[in-house]
Design a protein around this ligand. Sequence first.
Ligand code: DQA
Length: 149
Amino acid sequence: MNILVLDGPNLNLLGRREPDVYGRVTLDEVRERLHALAESLGCRLECMQTNAEHVLVERIHAALDDGTDGILINPAALTHTSVALRDALAAVEVPFVEVHLSVPEAREAFRHESLIADLARGRVSGFGVESYLLGLRGLVSALTPAASE
Ligand code: DQA
């Protein structure tokens, strides 16, 4: 199973950026933990972070033809602003899980709306780096046919 992990704007600064909100774990450390979990779940990960909306949109488009089975995405600020991101995810129809380190709904009003939540297979927020790990577990389980089927 091939899982694409996408991180949006400013998440390259994780660990140094507003540590009271996002913690001190770096994006490299998040990825290390995701790779360790992916190995135990028997799936392959490709991780990408970008500060550019169009790069995210184009990587999602590529998922149509590159064998991506599922997407784990923290779109960061684009969660609340990007119709283009929403349209890209709707276009490719690859199941995705939305993750956030914080609980956006508990913060400023402009973070309360997610433009992608209604399309998501699932959503995990508020657990810091654990949001990613829980999200990966959920995504892989959603993509794995039940043993009884
Ligand atoms: C975030 C929440 C967003 O509102 C914010 O813009 C981010 C990070 C989170 O992981 O909690 O950059 O997606």
